[in-house]
Design a protein around this ligand. Structure first.
Ligand SMILES: CC(C)=CCC/C(C)=C/CC/C(C)=C/COP(=O)(O)O
Length: 296
């Protein structure tokens, strides 16, 4: 069952077509019009038949010849369902006029998300209300960037003098690469634009990083925090610090205007799940030896 899709009101065709279907149901009639191929005289009359409840359309219908109208209603009766008012509407349009609760809930969530994210973007530029905190936020951004984490993992693996330490760092490296790949895939599929108030002045980004869903910093922060808490022996204050760091990295994405709230929330969720994947794919010395053996 097709569900209503968001309408792009900016295209020239959209605005001219929506003018035909004014009224509260215009949006959904407009949806069905946009799916129709370029209008020929016959398809135009079919479209007009589908606008039965609209006053403008009713006037247009009145100007049609009676013969044509009779033919039209006879053929449409075969494929229509009746409405409460006794009017006949194509089944397709009936479905568009009854958007599911889920799509309404999703649209509302996205509207709240955009509104809240814009309000929270208080460090989006120097002139913003918390603009003076922007340099600090950018430091937090760097602390969650992929490059320092990759360099840090390689350095620690190289410096570690125990096999256990090297194993942990190797798996952290694998986790970081996995995170970059998964985030790039989701960003490329979803293609959600960054907030309009974001300044694209991040260092070292891939082309998919022009998209904002999910936040790569949030996935990395959640995954790395779980990784460090599970594999490093840390005193309680340090454990709290690791968790606070992860939360702050996520929060800073919204304050800097880089992301909407939902990008960060989903990023945290995705990073949390990614850690489970890392555990499942854990590279032990035995696995590594057998992999090396297969390569030789
Ligand atoms: C060695 C190598 C290819 C490193 C690539 C590291 C890199 C450029 C990571 C991208 C990090 C980044 C800017 C992610 C975007 O984060 P969002 O939170 O803005 O989604």
């Amino acid at each position: 069952m097709p569900s209503p899709k968001p309408v792009r009101a900016s295209s020239g065709r959209s605005s001219s077509v929506s003018g035909v279907g004014s009224g509260s149901s215009g949006r959904y009639e407009f949806m069905s019009l946009t799916r129709t191929p370029p209008l020929s005289p016959s398809s135009a009359s079919q479209l007009l038949q589908r606008q039965g409840s609209d006053p403008t359309t009713a006037r247009l219908r009145a100007s049609e010849s009676p013969n044509r109208r009779r033919r039209g209603s006879a053929s449409s009766n075969a494929s229509t369902s009746s409405t409460g008012g006794g009017q006949q509407l194509p089944e397709e349009d009936c479905m568009h006029l009854n958007p599911s609760i889920i799509s309404v809930a999703l649209s509302s969530l996205l509207a709240v998300d955009l509104w809240l994210s814009k309000r929270l973007g208080v460090c989006a530029c120097e002139e913003a209300s918390w603009g003076s905190a922007r340099p600090l936020m950018k430091l937090v951004e760097i602390s969650g960037h992929g490059i320092p984490w990759l360099i840090g993992a390689v350095y620690c693996m190289y410096k570690s003098d125990s096999a256990a330490g090297q194993e942990v760092m190797l798996n952290l490296l694998m986790a970081l690469v996995l995170d970059l790949v998964l985030v790039a895939i989701v960003k490329a599929v979803v293609r959600r634009r960054r907030p309009a108030h974001n300044r694209m002045d991040m260092f070292a980004t891939f082309s998919v990083d022009r998209y904002s869903f999910p936040s790569g910093h949030a996935t990395r922060a959640a995954m790395c925090a779980r990784f460090l808490l599970a594999h490093l022996v840390l005193a309680a204050p340090l454990r709290v610090l690791v968790m606070l760091w992860a939360v702050f990295v996520g929060l800073s994405r919204v304050l800097l205007g880089r992301h909407n709230v939902t990008d960060v929330a989903f990023g945290f969720f995705m990073g949390y799940c990614q850690y489970n994947l890392v555990e499942a794919l854990w590279l032990s010395p035995a696995t590594l030896q057998s992999m090396m053996g297969q390569l030789e």
